[in-house]
Design a protein. Structure first.
Length: 198
């Protein structure tokens, strides 16, 4: 009897229902974003999905925020910082995703796959341009924080990002602009290729 109970107990635990909770709030979606050791396209798309959901979702109660909130002005400051930070993360994710399609150089031995390389460059350009949209949003949210006297210690990194945007130390428009210019040069090199190139 005792032996059969020991065997049945783990089976009963496996069959019992597992209760979860619905993800509703921006902070919950943000917590699902994470960096992967192996950064492949699926992982990047997953992160983009969670971050975009975080931008669209409502904020949780200030009691459950990612920083200690004690005043309505701190709550506004926190929400603006959150929006700025998530938009910055989306810039990084779209740029990372675009880099998977960016050829960086047009080697002569790639001429037989010229059309597929050009399609890949078009995809990279679209992803880079999407990153610029999120960059503009991050700059807009950072600008709203310019005159805020509040400072939230728990999310110091976000405060630092805002400072770097305001001072121009962080400028993804320039970085992605460089990516797009290089991509344009590579595209021209691929378009100039023909059978004699290979």
């Amino acid at each position: 009897m005792r032996k059969s109970l020991v065997i049945l107990l783990p089976l009963l635990l496996c069959v019992s229902p597992v209760y979860g909770y619905k993800i509703r709030y921006a902070e919950q979606f943000y917590r699902l974003y994470h960096l992967h050791f192996n950064r492949n396209s699926d992982n990047t798309m997953e992160n983009i999905y969670w971050l975009e959901q975080a931008l669209e979702a409502d904020f949780c109660n200030p009691l459950y925020a990612l920083a200690r909130i004690e005043h309505p002005d701190e709550w506004r400051h926190y929400r603006y910082l959150f929006k700025m930070h998530v938009n910055l993360k989306l810039v990084e994710m779209y740029r990372l995703f675009g880099s998977r399609y960016d050829k960086r150089a047009a080697y002569f031995f790639n001429q037989p796959w010229k059309e597929s390389n050009l399609e890949s460059l078009d995809t990279a350009e679209t992803l880079y341009r999407t990153a610029l949209i999120y960059w503009d949003e991050a700059v807009r949210w950072a600008g709203k924080l310019r005159s805020s006297p509040h400072h939230l210690e728990e999310i110091q990194q976000w405060e630092d990002e805002q400072y770097r945007i305001e001072t121009g130390e962080l400028d993804y428009r320039e970085i992605i602009g460089d990516d797009l210019r290089r991509l344009g040069r590579v595209r021209e090199e691929f378009q100039a290729m023909d059978e004699s190139t290979y």
